[in-house]
Write a protein that binds this ligand. Structure first.
Ligand code: PRP
Length: 209
């Protein structure tokens, strides 16, 4: 797990608690997803290359900073959509390219249903956004798509992860960095993260019924 960074901060723990509570309504759930997404993006972007640019303050000229590479946000639909706007708040110049994957309920294998990627990669670094990393099937399929697309640097931002998913991503894509807010105990017999937070997509979009 050398390329895995797991956050350790009391505010992260409080937002995770909000996400885990089954009584938390969708609006509050989305709020905590948004706050944690920003924190993940803050740490995941720590090594972004910066170029110097001359700017004029109200008082004088000085050297300022701009991101020099092209950044792509790759939300895995559906749940990953909830992480886009908060991360765009931090990286407003990022491009957003959507991937549609869902996990088959019987097999737990990812099913690809949508891809909005151009023929060649217009980005230097891709941040894959998905609140959950469970078996790792969806994440590794997304990583494979980034590799096929020609992205040289890929980072995976997950709110909650299972050890099984981290191991799968590390084994198949050792160069991919994983940034997670927490790593839970394990997957249960239905491949759900436990103790977990349920299904993020259903709780974000209020489709539990
Ligand atoms: C969830 C989650 C991940 C995937 C994780 O999506 O958002 O994409 O499952 O599981 P895995 O690591 O075992 O592949 P889901 O299939 O529920 O789709 P949704 O976002 O439409 O709810």
């Amino acid at each position: 797990m050398s390329k895995t960074r797991v956050l350790d901060h009391p505010l992260v723990d409080c937002h995770l608690t909000n996400l885990r509570k089954k009584q938390t309504p969708p609006a509050a759930f989305r709020h905590s997803i948004a706050e944690l997404s920003k924190i993940l993006a803050y740490f995941a972007s720590a090594d972004f290359p910066i170029a110097q640019t001359t700017i004029e303050t109200p008082l004088e000229n000085m050297q300022g900073s701009v991101i020099s590479g092209r950044v792509g946000l790759i939300p895995i639909m559906r749940a990953g959509i909830s992480m886009v706007q908060p991360v765009l708040g931090l990286i407003p110049e990022a491009e957003v390219w959507h991937l549609g994957l869902y996990r088959d309920e019987q097999t737990a294998l990812p099913v690809h249903y949508y891809s909005k990627l151009p023929a060649s990669a217009p980005v230097d670094v891709a941040l894959i956004l998905d609140p959950m990393l469970a078996t790792g099937g969806s994440a590794t399929l997304a990583c494979q798509q980034m590799q096929d697309w020609g992205v040289s640097k890929v980072k995976l931002l997950s709110i909650i992860a299972a050890p099984e998913g981290i191991q799968k991503v590390n084994a198949e894509f050792p160069d991919v960095e994983i940034h997670a807010c927490v790593v839970d105990q394990k997957l249960n017999e239905n491949n759900f993260i436990v103790p977990g937070l349920g299904d993020a997509g259903d709780r974000i979009f209020n489709t539990l019924h």
